[in-house]
Ligand binder design. Structure first.
Ligand SMILES: [Cu+2]
Length: 254
């Protein structure tokens, strides 16, 4: 559709081009301007053919691939955002808009290239806006820490409290923290620097405490007896020694 529009449009442009080129050549009445006037129009269709037959077929897949990538990235952002049903609605609506938009465009054979470009740009802006608004929601959810990634903090009183200090020397104050099974309150005390506390174990993925300077953060987790690995996920900190274990003993024998 676009190529036919362009092919229709180009010959008119060439016709006008040759007309204006020939007029000064006749007025000049010289021998040399004539061959140049003859050469120019024959050069133009060649470059035009090169443009429409070579450049466009090369550019179109690249541009569509970029558009698809843009669409997919923004859609995946929307899908990663907190609420699963919200993401599903966003994805369904966008896909329906794309499908009906394409159907409508193909049912309008006289639609101009300009109108097509405008509708594609509007669609990309819509997808981009959806991605941007949902990434805000996704980041908001992430900063709340405990509510992200499906971790549900236990409700009820804690049977024990563990104090873990985040030292400026990129260590915790101990390598192991013994406790008893059940709901535990972890108090993370900052002693300098920016640190986090996360678990290696998949069942606590999404639990995260964070401190900066002398801040204190706390959160509840429910432990079964066993050994759990904790660490700071600030890049480089775990490798420097900011990791440890929480050894959970049976609740009946504290
Ligand atoms: Cu750290």
């Amino acid at each position: 559709m676009t190529t036919t529009d362009i092919e229709k449009a180009e010959p008119e442009g060439d016709g006008e081009g040759t007309g204006t080129d020939i007029v000064p050549a006749e007025g000049g009445s010289g021998f040399t301007p004539v061959p140049s006037a003859v050469l120019e129009p024959s050069e133009d269709p060649r470059t035009e053919a090169l443009r429409t037959r070579l450049l466009l077929p090369l550019l179109l897949p690249i541009v569509s691939a970029l558009a698809i990538a843009f669409y997919a990235i923004n859609l995946s952002r929307a899908l990663l955002a907190g609420s699963a049903t919200g993401a599903l609605i966003v994805a369904s609506v966008l896909t329906l808009v794309v499908l009906f938009g394409a159907a409508w465009i193909s049912s309008q054979p006289n639609l101009s290239t300009g109108a097509l470009v405008v509708s594609v740009v509007v669609l990309l802006f819509t997808v981009g806006a959806a991605g941007l608004t949902t990434i805000g929601a996704a980041e908001g959810g992430h900063s709340e820490g405990e509510e992200a990634a499906g971790f549900v903090p236990p409700k009820g009183p804690a049977v024990a409290t563990i104090e873990i200090d985040a030292l400026a020397s990129l260590k915790f104050q101990a390598s192991d923290f013994p406790t008893t099974a059940g709901i535990n309150e972890i108090t993370y005390v900052g002693k300098g620097g920016t640190h986090t506390l996360v678990f290696e174990e998949a069942e606590f993925r999404g639990f995260k405490l964070a401190v900066n300077g002398d801040e204190v953060d706390s959160g509840k987790v429910e432990f079964e007896p066993g050994v759990y690995t904790i660490f700071c996920d600030v890049p480089g900190h775990r490798a420097a020694g900011m990791e440890g274990t929480i050894t959970v003993g049976d609740a009946l024998t504290p």
